[in-house]
Design a protein around this ligand. Structure first.
Ligand SMILES: O=C(O)[C@@H](CO)OP(=O)(O)O
Ligand SMILES: [Mg+2]
Length: 401
């Protein structure tokens, strides 16, 4: 029933106005799935390769479609993903591009769910899933690679950990985002928005902490449940390998100073979540920081792990981080992303499902988070390509998907 009968690929726009790959998967019994690849700006050195969309589409048509059409079943995710891997033949999808691979992998999952008549999260997670919802991490202030002339730290996140429901959590993050705008206005600070819809004011990081801290406390008081702050430092973008320092504009920090700085921030601002506090090659630094503050915050590896089981295993062996960011396009298929989540779970690492800075209306990650009972999802606070996922979570909770 789910035998794949056609795969169509096209270029569509992403939220930055760049082209990305969209895939449609059709099955024998009329099943249909459509999904699109997201795209990063602060990409990890070890990510699977994103090719220019036209190149990726041409290579995929030539190499992968003959192994998919009439050959694999959309309901059998491993079969689809193994065929994509075999068609590419490399470790990092450099022949067909992880962008086409992930679009097809996700579209096949949706086609499989369509044939079953089940919501995607149920097809991916089974009959007992759908009760646990992730806490959304909402990007409310940011800079780094996502906005010019703004903060050095890439993302200041709102985390409504005490929200009684997903919809209250989603609205809490939107309220923090709105409250940040009022505080910026009170301080006479103009701000554009960065790639993910976060405010991108030209303030130093210490002022951004003050603003976010105030906004989080105000909204926490208004709503009456706990909201905390988190960060994506994206430290690989700040790290200068030649001089072995982290550069925050004119200010430099050695690795030891960086570890002290982050550990102090965790306590000063009661941070619940810190992503990529150190360079993507620094397992030792991650391990030291995790040792110091891992009992009271999540230390999450994004560029460090790139959703890759081998890199995650190294982290587990060394005690580096206690959580992993999961981005299916970093590794190329949903099966690979599930393998990373499974390994993480076995070793007590929390999985945080994540968007990319370049996104589309695709909602697959909302279903992936519910299917895997992930404790957190990072998918922005406002903006159509972000609210697509947040609203889908609300619909899943309402069982209206
Ligand atoms: O660093 C990150 O975690 C992501 C998403 O927030 O950014 P990008 O997609 O640019 O890698
Ligand atoms: Mg990151």
């Amino acid at each position: 029933m789910t035998l794949v009968t056609d795969v169509r690929l096209r270029r569509i726009l992403d939220s930055r106005g760049n082209p990305t790959v969209e895939a449609d998967v059709l099955t024998e019994s009329g099943g249909f799935g459509r999904a699109a690849a997201p795209s990063g700006a602060s990409t990890g050195e070890f990510e699977a390769i994103e090719l220019p969309p036209s190149e990726s589409i041409a290579a995929t048509r030539e190499r992968a479609l003959p192994r998919l059409i009439g050959e694999v079943h959309a309901g059998n995710q491993r079969e689809v993903d193994n065929a994509l891997r075999a068609a590419d033949g490399t470790e990092n999808f450099s022949e067909i591009g992880a962008n086409s691979a992930v679009a097809i992998s996700m579209a096949a999952a949706k086609a499989g769910a369509d044939v079953l008549g089940a919501p995607l999260y149920q097809h991916l997670g089974g009959a007992f899933r759908g009760g646990d919802f992730p806490t959304p991490l909402g990007n409310v202030v940011g800079g780094g690679e996502h906005a010019a002339k703004a903060t050095h730290i890439q993302e200041f996140l709102s985390a409504p950990v005490g929200a009684p429901s997903i919809d209250e959590a989603v609205f809490a993050n939107a309220a923090v985002h709105a409250r940040v705008a009022e505080i910026l206005d009170d301080r006479d600070i103009a701000a554009a928005k960065g790639d993910e819809g976060a405010w991108a004011p030209a303030v130093d990081d210490s002022e951004a902490f003050e603003i976010v801290d105030e906004a989080v406390s105000d909204v926490e008081d208004d709503l009456g449940f706990e909201i905390r702050a988190g960060l994506d430092v994206a430290a690989a973008e700040l790290y200068d390998e030649d001089d072995d320092v982290y550069r925050y504009g004119d200010k430099e920090r050695s690795t030891d100073e960086q570890i002290d700085y982050i550990a102090d921030l965790v306590d000063e601002y009661d941070l619940v979540y810190v992503e990529d506090p150190l360079d993507e090659n620094d397992y030792d630094g991650f391990a030291e920081l995790t040792d110091r503050v891992g009992d009271r915050t999540l230390i999450c590896g994004d560029d460090l792990f790139v959703t890759n089981v081998e890199r995650l295993q190294t982290g587990i062996d060394e005690g580096a981080a206690n959580s992993i960011l999961i981005k299916p396009n970093q590794i190329g298929t949903l099966s690979d992303a599930f393998d990373a989540i499974e390994l993480a779970t076995q070793h007590g690492y929390d999985s945080v499902i994540s968007h990319r800075s370049g996104e589309t209306e695709d909602t697959t990650i909302a279903h992936l988070a519910v299917a895997t009972a992930a404790p957190f999802i990072k998918t922005g606070a406002v903006g159509g390509e972000r609210t697509a996922k947040l609203n889908e979570l609300i619909r899943i909770a309402d069982d209206a998907v």
